[in-house]
Design a protein around this ligand. Structure first.
Ligand SMILES: [Zn+2]
Ligand SMILES: [Zn+2]
Length: 217
């Protein structure tokens, strides 16, 4: 399993990185990114902590732990500046909390995220074809979410991404131990979003390539 969007008690998750990592190991994970919620107030401290966790746990893997951040509920105009500050700090993986149907995320967040230097647009809700095409051009992944509520638009996200050839991945957005899933469950979620077998295979190949690239940074 490759999962590039999870949370620990460094934001609103329930577990320490070490326990989330151990629980993921038991589920057969090969790559686990921890991407705690951040804004301008906490991105430096959260990244420093996750980087420390990765440096120690990665001596004992798998899974490979990738430290990341999820820029969350920012006014859209603040997304690009914070992403560039995070890059300057050496953050390999930047996720943006997209326009999920489950929360009042500011309209314009999807577009601002895709125009910024980020890697994954999480649960992008009713993303437009134009936005998905721009994501494709900029090599930004669109997320199918295993999370309750955020997964409501998975079918729309899958169809829109396929229409323009944008890359997809399945993430859990785990906040607690029971949110982690197996590779088989991830495949079922991708199929449930309407992807055919070949598109499911492509999704996992693309996700693996992204995880490998991030792990090297
Ligand atoms: Zn959260
Ligand atoms: Zn999240």
């Amino acid at each position: 399993m490759i999962d590039l969007h999870t949370h620990t008690l460094f934001s609103d998750g329930e577990l320490l990185p070490s326990e989330l990592w151990r629980r993921a190991q038991v589920k057969g994970y090969r790559y686990l990114a921890i991407t705690d919620h951040v804004d301008a107030s906490n991105f430096e401290v959260v990244f420093t902590r996750l980087k420390t966790a990765a440096l120690s746990l990665n001596r004992c893997g798998p899974p490979v732990l990738i430290p990341g951040l999820e820029l969350t509920h920012l006014p859209p105009a603040l997304i690009a500046p914070l992403a560039s500050q995070a890059r300057a700090l050496g953050v390999p993986l930047i996720v943006v909390h997209g326009e999920t149907l489950a929360e009042p995320v500011a309209p314009g967040t999807n577009r601002a995220a895709i125009e910024a230097d980020i890697d994954i647009l999480a649960h992008p809700g009713l993303i437009t074809v134009e936005e998905a095409a721009l994501a494709r051009e900029r090599n930004i992944f669109l997320e199918l979410s295993a999370r309750k509520g955020h997964g409501l638009a998975n079918g729309h996200v899958a169809r829109t991404a396929l229409e323009v050839g944008a890359s997809l991945l399945v993430n859990t957005d785990s906040h607690g131990p029971s949110d982690l899933i197996t590779r088989q469950q991830a495949e079922r979620i991708a199929k449930g979003a309407g992807l055919r077998d070949l598109a499911v295979q492509t999704l996992f190949t693309d996700a693996e390539a992204l995880a490998r690239r991030l792990a090297e940074l």
